[in-house]
Design a protein around this ligand. Structure first.
Ligand SMILES: C[S@@+](CC[C@H](N)C(=O)[O-])C[C@H]1O[C@@H](n2cnc3c(N)ncnc32)[C@H](O)[C@@H]1O
Length: 553
């Protein structure tokens, strides 16, 4: 399967990159790969070698075999400290205490150990892009020199050739440029309190061949064992490059460009980056305070200043002015009480005076508000606001996240639950009837179906995977509810129909009797062609009167 879905090719602009070997359908698995190495961020906290969880250095211990690998407890059952690694560590002159004091060393050290016990995989890693020359003598180079290189130099791990080839700096570069953020397993089922602390990085030589695009066509899902599956996010044509997003979809042009330049050493020229309106979303735009009609968009560079230009009056503003506004807004957002909905709504309104409603800072606030409203009492006004916020978020995600998308799936999940809740309330309060209720629930069903469809790409034990299972059950219940309301509606219509028929029958009987009576009393007065039954008028009360009149005349 794998060999048929992709191949690696090369270009001057992208280096090595992956292309579709044949046409790929949305949702198709392109490849699945195990991590060759998993470790903390280079500046992250110390972690247990076995289970990779952050450890309390006051309580930690060392592996009783190699006496070097840090352990959260002596009994840790994690699988990430292999026998090979343990054996190799035993032959090195590195002390556990050094690792505890310098956790930045752990990931590069494990890479070097791999070179001893698994040279094949090490060769694969060392051939990855490091951008060594672009990093030379930069702040990150100097940081790694102090916190990694100088410490590893004092061990017997590095050969003279390694030293000459600056292998430690190279490994640090490879880890920075190629590794992918992965989440450790969360068996407690509780939310991860500090995702920054929990995040790990994994190295995947095949996945690392996938180039970046801010409008990706491939979707990554990592499971508990740090194996990554790459799916086609949308249909992909044969020979088309396969892309993932190295950045966050909810960053603006400026932030994405900066993080790609500083972390991955290239400038993205994708369709989103080339378009100052970012595909019409205005996700980076501010309101022009000169004309108050147009939007300030991140545009061209002039004399080393990035300019922001108004879409209407064409006035230009320098980067630092805009950055001041953004920093101030970020500070205000950070100061918010995350449980205070009114405070958040007030700040949201205030920021609307400066930023486009789709600005990423406001999108972040919208997401925070959606999750707050989900925890508040489900009053109609809370639910209506949640629906409104989800709709606004979806209109942006629809443009920036074509196809399978985690962020869309989570928003759709919230949206459908609010639609179900509010339509049930409105029905109970007789604000809507059966048919409107069914139509609202059918809308929610469709949204939930799409949400679950996307969430099912996530590993079952991940929070999103669990949500997919919940969503499946809810979908079943929702369908049952719709069906039973539809059945009730049919029965009630039939009953209404029966009632009407009964009334008509009784009326007819009555009229029949009256007619007979009238006929009897008028016998001999009305001529045979007097027309009683001719045009059926006799069936109406008016007919009787007319006949009477007629009789009278
Ligand atoms: C994870 S590696 C991808 C594999 C790499 N091209 C190679 O040959 O080893 C990331 C690097 O690929 C290049 N790259 C990826 N996407 C790119 C893009 N959209 N434009 C330019 N360069 C890109 C950059 O050099 C980046 O640092």
């Amino acid at each position: 399967m794998t060999a048929k879905t992709y191949k690696i090719t090369q270009s001057d602009s992208l280096g090595r990159y992956m292309v579709a070997k044949r046409q790929l359908k949305q949702g198709e698995l392109i490849l699945k790969e195990e991590a060759v190495l998993v470790g903390p961020h280079l500046n992250g906290p110390a972690r247990c070698f076995k289970c990779l969880k952050t450890i309390n250095l006051l309580m930690c211990s060392f592996c009783n075999q190699c006496n070097t690998a840090l352990m959260c407890t002596n009994e840790c059952q994690g699988k990430h400290h292999s026998d090979d690694e343990c054996l190799t560590l035993r032959t090195q002159k590195i002390k556990g205490q050094i690792l505890a004091e310098n956790p930045s060393v752990i990931f590069p050290l494990r890479c070097l150990l791999l070179g001893i016990y698994n040279p094949g995989v090490y060769e694969e890693i060392i051939s990855m892009e490091s951008h060594l020359e672009k990093r030379r003598n930069t702040p990150i180079w100097r940081r790694h020199k102090i916190s990694v290189e100088d410490i590893l130099k004092d061990t017997n791990l590095l050969t003279p050739r390694d030293l000459q080839e600056e292998v430690v700096q190279k490994i640090c570069g490879i880890l920075d440029v190629n590794s992918i953020e992965v989440r450790p397993a969360n068996p407690s089922n509780l939310p991860i309190v500090d995702p920054e602390k929990q995040c790990l990085r994994g190295l995947y030589p095949k996945v690392a061949m996938i180039a970046h695009n801010c409008l990706p066509n491939a979707y990554l899902a990592a499971d508990d064992n740090f194996s990554i599956s790459v799916y086609a996010k949308v249909d992909i044509k044969e020979e088309a490059p396969i892309f993932i997003n190295y950045t966050n979809v909810l960053q603006g042009n400026q932030e994405r460009q900066l993080s790609l330049l500083e972390g991955k050493y290239f400038t993205c020229t994708c369709s989103r980056c080339r378009d100052p309106s970012e595909l019409g979303t205005e996700i980076s735009s501010l309101i022009c305070h000169k004309c108050r009609k147009g939007f300030l968009r991140y545009t061209e560079l002039e004399e080393n200043f990035q300019l922001w230009k108004c879409s209407e009056c064409k006035q230009c503003f320098k980067d630092f002015l805009i950055n001041l506004a953004i920093e101030e807004a970020k500070r205000r957002i950070d100061d918010l009480d995350p449980t205070d909905v009114q405070q958040m709504e007030n700040l949201y309104k205030k920021l609307l005076l400066t930023f486009h409603p789709n600005h990423y800072l406001l999108l972040g606030l919208k997401q925070a508000l959606v999750s707050l409203y989900s925890k508040l009492p489900p009053t109609k006004s809370n639910l209506n606001r949640k629906i409104d916020l989800c709709g606004r978020l979806m209109s942006v995600f629809g443009k920036l996240e074509p196809g399978i998308s985690r962020i869309k799936a989570l928003t759709m999940y919230e949206l459908q639950s609010a639609i179900v809740d509010i339509s049930n309330k409105q029905y109970r309060d007789k604000e809507i009837g059966d048919e409107e209720l069914i139509s609202e629930l059918q809308t929610a069903e469709k949204i939930l179906k799409d949400s679950v469809k996307y969430l099912l790409y996530e590993p079952p034990k991940s929070p999103e995977g669990r949500m997919a299972q919940m969503g499946l059950n809810e979908l079943k219940m929702l369908r049952n509810s719709i069906q039973s309301i539809q059945q009730d509606l049919v029965v009630s219509k039939e009953q209404q129909g029966d009632k009407k028929a009964e009334i008509a029958r009784r009326l007819k009987e009555k009229l029949e009797k009256n007619r007979e009576k009238t006929q009897k009393s008028c016998e001999g007065v009305i001529t045979p062609d007097g027309g009683d039954g001719e045009n059926g008028k006799s069936a109406k009360p008016g007919g009787k009167k007319r006949n009477k009149k007629k009789t009278v005349t």
